[in-house]
Every structure is written in C-alpha cells, then in structure tokens.
Design a protein around this ligand. Structure first.
Ligand code: SF4
Ligand code: SF4
Length: 238
C-alpha cells in the first residue's frame, strides 16, 4: 500500500493496525520536530500542571496562540524551538512530559477522521518506522493504552460551548472567541472567581466554588459553565 493510500484508510474502533514506537528506530523523536500540534484547554491544564506553571505563563512560554482571522476561534499551538524546530519537551530519551503529553501526541500515529468514531493513520511507513513493526492493536486498544478518554470527554464539553448555529469557517464575534479563550487561560478565570463581586453576580454554589479552588479540572468545568452562560447572554444581544 502506498503512503497516500495508507493515509486515506478509515479505521473504526475494532480495526487493526501494526505499530510500535521505540528508541532503536531511526525516526525516534523525529515526529516531535517541526509539527503543528493544536492544544485543547485540557491539554494546557495537564501540561502546565506537570511543569508547575500557571496557565498564563505556560501559554506565553510554550505556545503560539491567537484568535483565528475569520472565525475568531482561539487557536493554541505547541511552540517549537525557533532554532532547532524541536518541541520544547523532547529529550534524547523521548518525551519529557510523557504522562501529561497532549491528546494529539497520545493519538499518534492515529488521527481523528472526518466522521465521529472514525480514525485515520496520520503518518506513512516511510516517515514513521513504527508502522513497520509487528505489534498489532485495534484502534480501541490503542486509545485505551494511551489513556485518551479524559481528553475526549473534556474536549466534547468544550466543543459543546460553540454557538448552536456555528459552522466551521463561518465568522464568530471576536468577543465570543475571547470568552472561549478563558478555558485555556484558567489563571485569569480563577482570578475572576476570587473576586467577591463576581461570585455574588454569578451566584455560583459556594461548595462548587470550593471544589474548583482545590481541583483544576473542576475549575475547568466551572469555566465551561461560565462561558456557556455568558455565551447565551452575548448571543441574545448580538
Ligand atoms: S515517527 Fe513513529 S515510530 Fe518514529 S518516533 Fe515518531 S511515533 Fe515513534
Ligand atoms: S509533547 Fe512530547 S510527544 Fe508531544 S511533540 Fe512534544 S515531545 Fe513529542
């Protein structure tokens, strides 16, 4: 099969593929160089916690982020080193943030296909020598071993915040994009939550607030809740 055919193959959960990534392969860590890795809010949360950084500092030091020109949707990409083009987190022995690596890195060599529950191979055997190895997996087994599930759950919750009539490629109000960006920069959201005027105004359940202060994942869910309510208000006045 050619690389082009490989890339087009659509795989479902029970479909098999062969893959093993290890240190003795000539391509080892090459896929962590000069690559576009789009981060989700949950990726940012996991990475910056692993690095002991706040969200604002992490976003400044390790990402390129902006609102997309037409849609105004937040785009957050993992930054590559300007000289070597390598990911900031790759070392000689592989990924130095392996337990907290982003969703896209966990999925590799798989990628999401156009339809729900369908996947494709992102790389070909010419580039990713691991695809020539003998270890066999079904897609479902691979996703389970890579612990992808919490990333999927959080991203579904984030995507559910999009306005109901939103179509990819269609413009969104810049104000909505900035609101969505709060999910990436939880430090800013946490500072809002700490303002007593804000808490009175939004009437957040004090127990929920306390849980959010103690647990970043709860804080992210609270940010989703806030964004959803604000989005509804903004859409009413637009
Ligand atoms: S290209 Fe494939 S086999 Fe090589 S290091 Fe990356 S994931 Fe592993
Ligand atoms: S986060 Fe880890 S796996 Fe992902 S590109 Fe960087 S070094 Fe590679």
């Amino acid at each position: 099969m050619t690389q082009a055919e490989d890339k087009k193959t659509v795989l479902k959960a029970d479909d098999p593929f062969q893959f093993a990534c290890h240190h003795d392969l000539p391509c080892f860590t090459q896929c962590c160089r000069d690559v576009n890795i789009y981060l989700t809010p949950y990726d940012v949360l996991r990475l910056r916690k692993a690095l002991g950084l706040g969200s604002t500092e992490f976003l400044q030091r390790h990402t390129r982020h902006f609102l997309a020109k037409i849609t105004h949707i937040p785009v957050v990409q993992l930054a590559m080193d300007e000289q070597t083009l390598r990911c900031h987190f790759v070392g000689d022995a592989g990924c130095t943030v392996y337990d907290h690596r982003p969703w896209a890195c966990r999925m590799f060599p798989l990628d999401l296909a156009d339809r729900d529950d369908e996947y494709s191979l992102l790389a070909g055997k010419e580039r990713c020598f691991g695809l020539r190895e003998g270890a066999r997996w079904t897609v479902a087994q691979w996703l389970e071993t890579q612990e992808v599930e919490p990333y999927v759950v959080m991203e579904r919750a984030f995507q559910a915040l999009m306005p109901p009539n939103f179509q990819p490629g269609q413009p969104l109000e810049p104000g909505l994009g900035k609101l969505l960006f709060l999910a990436y920069d939880l430090d800013r959201f946490a500072a809002m939550v700490d303002d007593p005027k804000w808490t009175r105004l939004y009437q957040i359940d004090p127990e929920r607030l306390q849980r959010a202060r103690e647990d970043d994942e709860e804080m992210l869910r609270l940010a989703f809740h806030y964004i959803r309510s604000q989005m509804a208000e903004l859409l009413e006045v637009l």
